[in-house]
Design a protein around this ligand. Structure first.
Ligand code: DGL
Length: 286
């Protein structure tokens, strides 16, 4: 770790997502850096982002990030793949802090893993945006990428269905058919919800196709960037997780366990009307 910026190292990491799914990314952040404070915004009133236009997702993402800026975060993690696909460039242009997305870190891991075709599964917005394809081709222009949109998987996970449920198996078999035939060298789980189905997906793809959890890859990237900037917290005790939700906080707290986050210290309501008043100043980046 570099000697760093002591004044900012104890500031929180801001994380936003379209809803609860980003808690799978928080879980990875907490496991890699248990002592960091995290402020999380889950836009549960406007979820899903993955079926919306890139323009709408971009607007929501700018509002989400503008809200998080009020906590003076030392970094913002865009936990949502659909938001990363739609908005990371504009967020990097407009935010005065470092932005970690979930797409480029997993693309880099996939390219480094082994030569061969890379599979990606994600929401309609993520897959149709071509963001994974672009991130992979920036690193290796000749790499074949097969990306498949799996829109039913988000509601299936939100419903809390078990991975062994025949409905889950049936839907996965349908979505993964082409990928099973192609046998990619690696498969990127390009959506916050898919790590909760990784057992079933891994079983269908077989051991020759390891899975990359995009949230895990983003957490490793966040650690590396904070260390490079000397911004890792020196705190000894565990960091707190403060959550904001744009819909029912009780439901958020109850469902959060499904997404594997062990501990949430506080859930607060924030109306979307409040979010809509947040605007990032033009060109506020350093
Ligand atoms: N968080 C979204 C993603 O990772 C999934 C849920 C949604 O569509 O909003 O793309």
């Amino acid at each position: 770790m570099s000697s760093g910026d002591l004044s900012r190292s104890e500031n929180p990491i801001g994380v936003f997502d379209s809803g609860l799914g980003g808690l799978t990314v928080v879980r990875e952040l907490q496991s890699a850096m248990p002592n960091e404070e995290i402020v999380y915004l889950g836009d549960t009133a406007r979820v899903p982002y993955g079926t919306k236009s890139l323009q709408t997702i971009r607007r929501f993402s700018l509002e989400d990030a503008a809200f998080l800026l009020e906590f003076s975060p030392k970094m913002i993690v865009v936990a949502c793949n659909s938001a990363s696909a739609a908005a990371v460039t504009v967020l990097r242009e407009r935010l005065p802090v470092e932005v970690v997305d979930v797409i480029s870190p997993s693309a880099a891991r996939a390219v480094a893993h082994a030569p061969g075709t890379i599979g990606v599964i994600g929401t309609e917005a993520t897959v149709n945006s071509g963001a994974y394809q672009r991130a992979i081709h920036e690193l290796d222009p000749s790499r074949e990428v097969v990306a498949v949109a799996c829109p039913l998987l988000v509601p299936i996970v939100e419903e809390g269905r078990d991975q062994t449920d025949p409905i889950v198996t049936h839907v996965l078999c349908d979505y993964l058919r082409d990928l099973q035939r192609i046998r990619p060298t690696v498969l990127i789980l390009g959506c916050t919800h898919y790590p909760l189905l990784s057992g079933a997906i891994g079983k269908l793809m077989g051991p020759a196709t390891p899975l990359i959890n995009s949230g895990w890859a983003a957490a490793q990237e966040a650690v590396a960037r904070l260390e490079r900037g000397g911004l890792r917290s020196r705190r000894q005790e565990r960091g707190t997780l403060r959550c904001f939700t744009t819909d029912n906080p009780q439901r958020f707290a109850a469902f959060a366990q499904r997404f594997g986050t062990a501990r949430i210290d506080q859930v607060e309501y924030l109306g979307t009307d409040m979010l809509e008043t947040r605007r990032l100043p033009e060109g506020s980046a350093p």
